[in-house]
Design a protein around this ligand. Structure first.
Ligand SMILES: [Zn+2]
Length: 321
């Protein structure tokens, strides 16, 4: 429930007018929106409307600034920071086709956090080049997170209508946030509700050569009593391989949660994301959407956080070895 003061609609209209230049971009992403506040606008358009320069974009981060403010945008669950203070919901910063977007809601929250800008001593310029690149951070490693399905492909669907693609994206983004905050360089095959072909996921892994490719799914079975998490590793690999090491760490972490663990396995089918990737690769099935009690558990945000924490801990442990 939101109680809004009367000036908000006017501010909203003004803001809307400022960002009207990006109608086409919005139309492209409108299929993901629910209400007008959930609509997304390009970070560059927001920067312009708020009197900020887009100093830097790349490395998964965009920096917007003026004489008094620095706004950092970390897509895919990293969130937005205004002068060092976290603003809004991390999932409101996202990337589509290489460009950073934010929701209108977040843009308004950022606007409200900004300090008044000092008058410029010289006309503001849009600098494409970064004068002082940030110091390279020591990273624990690179992890490519692969949320299963997406877009037109819902994956498994529970009797309640809950879709695998939504559940796995939530857990993926939450895991990413936790890993990124602990120094892991996190990449995605998808960080929003889009369809990504399996071969594109494999190609990204093979091009990036991360320390781990981790595919996240939820299971389904005609047998409604089937339950538990399962961790799959490539069939061709030995038990001493890095994939097996990561897989064992994830099995162990998931075993400590409420769900039954079905352990580390190889799949009877040729899972392309495991068999065709040339880096360490693991696929985790979080549990069964077809098991009524387990579906309820998987649907709970609290349990999703615990899954993400378990996965993150396991991945950190694997990377540190
Ligand atoms: Zn799946």
């Amino acid at each position: 429930m939101l109680h809004r003061s009367p000036f908000i609609p006017m501010a909203f209209l003004l803001f809307g007018a400022l960002v009207a230049g990006c109608q086409q971009q919005e139309a492209k992403t409108a299929q993901y929106t629910v209400s007008s506040d959930d609509e997304v606008i390009r970070a560059a358009v927001m920067a312009e409307s708020l009197g900020l320069r887009l100093d830097r974009t790349g490395g998964g981060m965009s920096r917007l600034s003026n004489s008094s403010n620095t706004v950092l945008l970390f897509p895919a669950a990293g969130g937005a920071y205004v002068n060092g203070t976290k603003v809004g919901n991390p999932e409101e910063v996202m990337v589509f086709t290489g460009e950073t977007y934010v929701t209108r809601r977040l843009a308004k929250q950022i606007r409200d956090e900004l300090r008044p800008a000092k008058p410029p001593t010289s006309p503001p310029t849009v600098s494409r080049q970064n004068d002082s690149p940030p110091p390279p951070e020591a990273k624990l490693g690179v992890v490519l997170l692969d949320a299963g399905h997406g877009g037109d492909d819902p994956g498994a669907i529970a009797r309640t209508g809950r879709r695998e693609k939504d559940l796995v994206l939530a857990v993926t983004l939450e895991s990413a946030r936790r890993l990124a905050s602990r120094g892991v360089d996190v990449k995605f095959t998808r960080s929003s509700d889009v369809f990504v072909p399996l071969d594109d996921r494999v190609a990204k892994a093979n091009q990036l050569q991360p320390d781990l490719f981790l595919s996240i799914h939820a299971d389904a079975s005609p047998n409604r009593s089937a339950r538990g998490s399962t961790v799959f590793v490539p069939r061709r690999e030995r038990r001493t391989s890095r994939s097996h090491q990561a897989g064992r760490a994830i099995v162990q972490a998931l075993s400590s949660l409420q769900t039954h663990s079905r352990g580390l396995r190889t799949h009877e089918k040729n899972l392309r994301v495991l068999e065709n990737t040339t880096c360490p690769a693991v696929l985790v099935e979080l549990g069964f959407l077809t098991h009524p009690a387990e579906e309820q558990l998987l649907a709970s945000p609290d349990y999703q956080q615990r899954l993400a924490e378990a996965i993150s801990q396991a991945v950190l442990q694997y990377l540190q070895k």
